[in-house]
Design a protein around this ligand. Structure first.
Ligand code: COA
Length: 260
C-alpha cells in the first residue's frame, strides 16, 4: 500500500511503522493521520503481523506533535473534528488487538507523546524528550493525552506536565513510569525488535486475549474486568496452543505454537 508520510514494512511477523516527515520533526499533519489510519486498519486484519513497532524517521524526533500550521487555522467546529479524528486513530492503535511498541527516538511532544501513550509499551532512546506543551499554544492536549497520561503516571504528575508544558528527558520519563526502558539511540530499534520477537514467539491468541483484558482495565469495574479476564482465560483453553503449551511443559520440551 502507498503512503505519503509513513514507511511500513513487515519483517519476521513484526510490522515497522515509521512516521516519515523528518524535515518537520515528523509532526502529524492530516495526511499523516490518514496514513496511520490506513496502515493500522490494514495491520489489524493482517495475520502476518503479530507485533508492531512505531518510530520516527531521522535522529531528532519521534513525533514533535500535531502539525501547528494546521492547528493554527482551526475554528471551534473544525477543532472538535480535528481532535476526534486523532483520538479515533489513537483508539484504533490502542485497541488493535496486537501489541504496539513505541520506540521513542527523540522528541515526543503533544500529539507525539499522545501517540506513544496509545501504544502498549514505550521504549526510549537516551536523547528522547517528552512533554505536552499545548498550553504554550493556548490549547489543551486533544488526542487523549489528558486521559492516558493521567491514568499512566497519576494525576499529580500528569497535571504538572500538562499545566506547565514542561519537557522532560528520558531518564525522568523512566523514573515516573512514562517509559519502560531507556537505551542508547543506536540500540533502540534493536532492543524494540528483540522485545517484539520475544512477544511474537508466544502463543498469539493468548497474547491478544491478555492484551484485550489489559486495555479494557481503565473502562471496566473490577468485577467486569475479572469477568472479562475469566472469559479470555476460558477461550484460550479451547485453542491448540493451549494443548501444545501445557503438553510441552509436562513433556519437558519447548512448545511449538501454531496460533490456532
Ligand atoms: N508542527 C509543525 N511543524 C513543526 C512542529 C509541529 N509540531 N514541530 C517542529 N516543526 C517544524 C518546524 O517548524 C521546523 O520547520 P521549518 O524548518 O520549515 O521552519 C522544523 O520542524 C524543525 O523544527 P525546529 O523548531 O527548527 O527545530 P528545533 O530543534 O529548533 O526545535 C522543537 C525542536 C521540538 C523544540 C520545536 O520544533 C518545537 O517546539 N516544536 C513544537 C512542539 C509542540 O509544541 N508540539 C505540540 C503541538 S500541539
Amino acid at each position: 500500500m502507498e503512503y505519503k508520510n509513513i514507511l511500513f514494512e513487515i519483517k519476521n511477523n513484526i510490522g515497522y511503522v515509521t512516521i516519515n516527515r523528518p524535515d518537520k520533526l515528523n509532526a502529524l499533519n492530516d495526511e499523516t493521520l490518514d496514513d496511520l489510519k490506513k496502515c493500522f486498519s490494514g495491520i489489524k486484519e493482517d495475520y502476518g503481523v503479530s507485533v508492531v513497532i512505531v518510530a520516527g524517521a531521522g535522529e531528532k524526533a519521534f513525533v514533535a506533535g500535531a502539525d501547528i500550521s494546521e492547528i493554527h487555522k482551526l475554528n471551534v467546529i473544525a477543532a472538535k473534528h480535528f481532535a476526534e479524528k486523532g483520538q479515533s486513530i489513537f483508539n484504533l492503535i490502542e485497541k488493535l488487538g496486537k501489541p504496539v511498541i513505541a520506540a521513542v527516538n527523540g522528541y515526543a511532544l503533544g500529539g507525539g507523546c499522545e501517540l506513544a501513550l496509545a501504544c502498549h509499551i514505550r521504549l526510549a532512546s537516551e536523547n528522547a524528550k517528552f512533554g505536552q506543551p499545548e498550553v504554550n499554544l493556548g490549547i489543551t492536549p486533544g488526542y487523549g493525552g489528558t486521559q492516558r497520561l493521567t491514568r499512566l503516571i497519576n494525576s499529580g504528575r500528569s497535571a504538572e506536565l500538562i499545566l506547565t508544558g514542561d519537557v522532560i528527558d528520558a531518564n525522568e520519563a523512566l523514573r515516573i513510569g512514562l517509559v519502560n526502558k531507556v537505551y542508547p539511540a543506536s540500540e533502540l530499534i534493536v532492543k524494540a525488535t528483540e522485545l517484539a520477537e520475544k512477544i511474537s514467539s508466544k502463543a498469539q491468541i493468548a497474547v491478544s486475549m491478555a492484551l484485550r483484558s489489559i486495555v479494557s482495565c481503565d473502562e471496566l469495574s473490577e468485577t467486569e474486568g475479572q469477568n472479562l479476564e475469566s472469559g479470555m482465560f476460558a477461550l484460550c483453553c479451547g485453542t491448540e496452543d493451549f494443548k501444545e503449551g501445557t503438553n510441552a511443559f509436562l513433556e519437558k520440551r519447548k512448545p511449538h505454537f501454531t496460533n490456532q
